[in-house]
Design a binder for this molecule. Structure first.
Ligand SMILES: [Zn+2]
Length: 64
C-alpha cells in the first residue's frame, strides 16, 4: 500500500470526490498528500471555487 498519493493520483481523487464520496482510506491518503503538497492544496481550492461557481450559475438559471 502506498503511503502517499502522487500528485497525479491526488488530482484524480479530488476529481472523483466531486462525483462521489471517497472511502475512508482514500480520504486519509488525500489528506496526507494535501498536508505536504501546496500545489494540490491550491488545485483543490480551485476545484471548490469552480464547483461553487457552477452551483451559483445553476441557481441563477433556475431563478429566471
Ligand atoms: Zn500534490
Amino acid at each position: 500500500m502506498l503511503f502517499f498519493y502522487s500528485c497525479k493520483q491526488a488530482h484524480q481523487k479530488l476529481s472523483e470526490s466531486l462525483d462521489h464520496e471517497l472511502g475512508l482510506a482514500e480520504r486519509t491518503h488525500l489528506k496526507l498528500h494535501l498536508s505536504v503538497c501546496r500545489s494540490c492544496t491550491n488545485f483543490r481550492g480551485q476545484m471548490q471555487n469552480l464547483r461553487a461557481a457552477m452551483k451559483k450559475l445553476d441557481q441563477d438559471e433556475r431563478e429566471k
